[in-house]
Design a protein around this ligand. Sequence first.
Ligand SMILES: O=C(O)CCC(=O)C(=O)O
Length: 391
Amino acid sequence: MQQPDYMESINACAAHYGRDAEAMRDFLLAGHASAMQLENRGPIAFDANGKLDQRILSAYKQYGFYVFTNVLHREELMDIEEDLEAMKKRFPTGPGERFAADDSPALGADCSAPTLVWSKPLGDPLGGSALANGRHEVKLHEPQAAPGSPEWAPFILLGSLQFSETCLRVYGHPQLLKIAEEINGKDFAPFNETLFIKEPGIGAAVSWHQDGTTHWDSPTFDEDVHGFNFMVQVYGSTAVNGVWVLPGSHKAGKVDIKGLVKESGSERIKGTVPLVCNAGDVVMCNRQLVHGSFANTGLERRVTVNMGFHRRSSVLNVMGSGTHNEAQIFDETLIAKRSEVIGYGIDARRQRFPSEAPYVYQPFFEQGLSYKWDADAKASLHDYNALDLSI
Ligand SMILES: O=C(O)CCC(=O)C(=O)O
């Protein structure tokens, strides 16, 4: 078996698992090998009629995820990296703090909707808790962070597009939006946008879960009813720091995760594989897949630019789950307001990459709406995630 090129990281990770070190090492190696054997990775491809390549669609349907390779080019990645570094300097000095390290008002300090979520280093703050509708049933191993580690680690940034123009431009990516249309229909709706931040040595775990809350018992339930996320990899993603998924579980309805852990004899759920990506790759991941990530005890950082999309019928006049914002009914007006960010994303991208053909979002086209990304538009995104279409 060809070894992954991040063996040092695998060994560093395994060393945090005490008596289970060897089992963890074997799990990471076997998971990486299995992931690389699945036929669900490659460049974005459309057929002669502009439809998503049938092989991509079938693989996505079969496994519940697809790894699109080389979606973001180097120039765009460098923009994002620079932006993330600048954003990090604006983070508050800790949970509940209102100022950044340089005493300037911290990012999100003036927001009412939730923004930066923190964790203890290498913790699993959601696992086994009632948070997020209690969907993270088990607590994952919380390895010991090295002496001198910070007391708190940035973990998830909600409402990320109000803080990051480079992420907004990714949101307006014409091929990704076309894929959202192919999966969820021309009138697709947003879900939410977040950053998952997993710095080496401190990045927290996200315990095993399925994302959907509202539609498991719906008469219209099917494998796509809770939508999907694009997981854009800024630095790449490995078996050590990446999300793991149970292929095909998006079709299985609500899965008994505690049962899977019991059957597997540990938190290393049998049959799961990691999302292995290079920088610039984008995973399309069905929200119903059983998925989770371990604490980042490896040597590489992961930052995932997450952006989700729904079928309109999954959110229209539906009472939200309250997982990412206050529960509320998503009527036409709310969805239209929340969808403005699609217009701003398309225009922000057009301004930075003028030679690219912008995506045309059908609901705007039909209503003759156009959006301009400027200072007023930026101000209008303040707290926009209070309207996240969280189901
Ligand atoms: O990026 C991660 O570690 C977790 C992602 C996740 O759970 C999600 O997108 O629902």
